[in-house]
Design a protein around this ligand. Structure first.
Ligand SMILES: [Zn+2]
Length: 415
């Protein structure tokens, strides 16, 4: 009896193993691409930073129904419903972006934030078969099951908080689930990577209270755009893990301190956080970055010589001609995978995610990741490099869910 059972048991284990693990190594390229596409749709994909709200604002988005074509199907921009469905994107964090110019006028910043939040609420209310607002990982899970695209909210720039701590709770109540404390300039909360003033050498005294209040009410701290000293101070005082909603690795872009250094990535990981990789070519590759920067300067000099502005209609043929002779360079999907590899090497597979900056980085997206329909191309490259299904699931959403749930749980216990 014992001897008959053993071979049966062996066969059973083999069958279970085959069921659980697809033989990726034996797949040809076409099969692997199909499998990547399958995984993109099997797993939730969350993206830390999509600038749709500001793109719609620039286009004078109106709340009437006839303008609703924009987020469903469009030829310009990087995000719409149809392309998101094609790419398997389920939970793009809508960036409630407040330009640095609002820093001296927090009331106007708050009004702008409210209007952008209202815009996203309106999209969800008016197209309920396609979109739904989501304020927790559990709500995104439910939206995913219902086949809808969830729209969680993150605010980029804490300027609208002004000097009133009560605004942190106000924005939580409005659905904001992460705040990037500053943007391109130092503000009342902290110093920015792009600003060399170093007003506070990190967080302001008020900024320290803002971080504590965010922990308390349950808003994730987004460390993207921070100066290094702001980052290290937040790591010291935050009671919960943090995210970088759209940053890449400085190792590939030396001197570009908007990206995270190796030491910062390691520390973010040790504290349980996640870096969501920015897809902008200038975030990914310093050679691409400097070549494009040189082109930009050359074009500007040409326009200055002719006394023309970029927006002048007379400048258009000149710009087109210049761009034909001096095409922009782009990173590619392999470069994005290199950044993911780098984070995995430094901090481990549990600390990396996706934060494209779609609709926010203009014409700088890498070949193979030009819009929200193309996440499967990245999954294909990751599969080729030996990432397992479970690794890919973590990158697509599980790592971010861990942080989001921890922040929510801490807030509940702190009440
Ligand atoms: Zn940004």
């Amino acid at each position: 009896m014992r001897f008959k059972l053993l071979p049966c048991l062996g066969l059973f284990i083999l069958l279970v193993a085959c069921e659980q693990k697809k033989p990726v190594d034996r797949m040809n390229e076409e099969q692997l691409r199909a499998f990547a596409d399958e995984l993109a749709h099997k797993f939730i994909i969350t993206d830390g930073h999509v600038d749709l709200p500001y793109r719609l604002k620039v286009k004078n988005f109106r709340l009437e129904r006839e303008y609703m074509g924009i987020p469903v199907s469009t030829k310009d921009g990087d995000f719409d419903y149809e392309r998101a469905k094609m790419g398997g994107l389920d939970a793009p964090f809508m960036s409630i972006y407040i330009p640095s110019s609002y820093q001296q006028q927090p009331d106007k910043g708050k009004a702008l934030a409210d209007s952008l939040i209202n815009m996203i609420n309106t999209i969800a209310n008016q197209i309920p078969d396609k979109f739904v607002r989501a304020n927790s990982a559990a709500e995104v899970d439910a939206a995913f099951k219902a086949g809808k695209i969830a729209l969680p909210l993150g605010m980029e720039n804490g300027a609208p908080i002004g000097d009133d701590l009560a605004n942190v709770k106000y924005f939580y109540d409005r659905g904001i689930r992460y705040i990037t404390l500053t943007h391109g300039k130092d503000n009342q909360i902290c110093d920015s990577s792009y600003d060399t003033t170093r007003t506070w050498n990190g967080l302001s005294p008020f900024g320290k209270n803002v971080v504590a209040e965010m922990n308390k009410v349950g808003i994730m701290v987004d460390i993207s755009h921070f100066s290094d000293s702001t980052f290290y101070q937040v790591m010291r005082i935050s009671k919960v893990p943090c995210i970088a909603s759209h940053s890449s690795c400085r190792a590939f872009t030396p001197g570009f301190i908007r990206n995270m250094s190796d030491d910062m990535i390691k520390l973010l990981g040790q504290k349980g956080g996640v870096i969501q990789i920015n897809f902008g070519s200038t975030f990914l590759d310093s050679a691409v970055r400097s070549a494009n920067e040189q082109n930009r300067k050359k074009l500007q000099a040409l326009l200055d010589e002719k006394k023309l502005k970029m927006s002048d209609s007379l400048a258009k043929p000149l710009i087109e001609h210049f761009r034909k002779d001096n095409p922009s360079l782009y990173a590619d999907v392999e470069t994005v995978a290199n950044h993911i590899d780098h984070v995995v090497k430094l901090a481990g597979i549990d600390h990396v995610g996706l934060g494209s900056d779609f609709d926010g980085v203009g014409d700088s997206l890498p070949t193979g990741l030009k819009d929200v329909s193309q996440y499967p191309n990245l999954i294909f490259v990751l599969l080729k490099r030996g990432y397992t299904e479970s690794d890919i699931e973590k990158i697509c959403y599980k790592n971010v869910w861990r942080v989001w749930n921890a922040v929510e749980a801490y807030s509940k216990s702190a009440k």
